[in-house]
Design a protein around this ligand. Structure first.
Ligand code: SAM
Ligand code: SF4
Length: 334
């Protein structure tokens, strides 16, 4: 295993990189993008080969975990080649884990390939188990296709965590039954607060927003939630659900500050490295790689980490604006 060379000014070791492989998506979730979303011209995206060089560089600098996200990572053409490349690093012990966050729409095709490539855990975003509502939230998604994919993934041997964004008046009264269903199928679950990222057209995030503490109070009426010893450097707080034996996480970027233990950075599909989800501090890795090759790229990564900000201050309740950070979650990767 490589020595980690990526320590930020606050002494935090950065060993986790999230990479958005495309800004495109086959869904149009109401909290994530507007229905008339304009995507980047394809030529602006890093090629898969370039993404491989970026990943190799991070791994050589000590990165232990890579998550592929998007947009929808599994709609990027030939994505499985990148996943196999990263899986080979896991098999050789250079990387601890390769994971994916997906909307599940392609899992019925890809699950076996993902497992063979070395993926063992995936996050699947699913906000409701009601077909009509699923269409209302995702605009273009079909629940039955996602469920088919979810069970194909389980059968392939992948450990699944559901990501559920809590939406007031839409799925807040369904969260308990999703949690119970998750328990029956051996899926962990994380409930996420809506974050103010990117223009979402006519939808209003203040209407969508419900705090995780309110949700937790509601769930406590039906479930015994025991604070879990499993804590990660990320924004989630974990509980064991006594009734189901599954793990439940809450992500509360708006109401709690989780920055002290932050160990991650994010790269967009155009090769911009963002050092904090809620700040604009970034580095142009595409330019470094294309102008100076891998050595210049590695130097740019090290320099960028030396500028990682201490934290962020999202202000959904206080700000007049709907959007604290102008880029979409689908650009930075969730
Ligand atoms: N398309 C994939 C998916 O939906 O899982 C991966 C990308 S998506 C941007 C990653 C995660 O971010 C998803 O779980 C999604 O629900 C969440 N997300 C997107 N926009 C969000 C927002 N404004 N606030 C909170 N979570 C958001
Ligand atoms: Fe697509 Fe994921 Fe955004 Fe939904 S949350 S629109 S699935 S990128």
């Amino acid at each position: 295993m490589q020595q980690n060379e990526l320590k930020d000014p606050f002494g935090r070791i950065v060993d986790y990189v999230r990479i958005s492989v495309t800004d495109r998506c086959d869904f149009r979730c109401v909290y994530c993008m507007s229905e008339q979303m304009t995507f980047l011209p394809k030529k602006e995206l890093l090629t898969l080969e370039e993404i491989m060089v970026v990943c190799d560089s991070f791994i050589e600098l000590g990165t232990k975990k890579i998550r592929l996200t998007g947009g929808e990572p599994l709609v990027r053409r030939d994505i499985i080649y990148l996943i196999k490349h990263l899986g080979a690093h896991v098999k050789s012990g250079n990387l601890e884990e390769i994971t994916i966050t997906t909307n599940g729409s392609q899992l019925y095709k890809f699950s076996d390939h993902l497992f063979e490539a070395g993926v063992r855990r995936i996050n699947v975003s699913i906000d409701t188990l009601e077909a009509e509502k699923f269409m209302q939230i995702t605009r273009w998604g079909k629940l039955d296709v996602v469920l088919k994919g979810l069970f194909a993934a389980k059968k392939a041997g992948l450990k699944i965590k559901l990501n559920t964004v809590a939406l007031r008046g839409i799925n807040d009264n369904e969260l308990a039954s999703i949690l119970k269903w998750a328990g029956e199928h051996d899926f962990d679950m994380t409930i996420i607060e809506v974050m103010p990222m990117g223009d979402i057209g006519s939808e209003n995030r203040l209407d969508q927003y419900i705090s995780v503490s309110e949700i937790q109070q509601n769930l406590l009426k039906q479930f015994n939630l025991i604070e879990s010893r499993h804590q990660t450097p990320g924004p989630a707080r974990y509980f064991e659900v006594a009734e189901t034996g599954q793990r439940l996480g809450f992500i509360t970027p708006l109401t709690h500050n989780f920055c002290e233990s932050c160990n991650r950075v994010r790269m967009t599909c155009t090769g911009q490295l963002y050092l904090c989800l809620g700040q604009d501090e970034n580095a142009n890795l595409a330019l470094a790689l294309r102008s100076g090759g891998k050595d210049a790229l590695k130097a740019a990564i090290i320099e960028a980490i030396s500028r990682k900000p201490l934290g962020h201050d999202f202000m959904i309740e206080r700000g007049a604006s709907n959007q604290a950070v102008s880029r979409h979650m689908s650009v930075t990767g969730g």
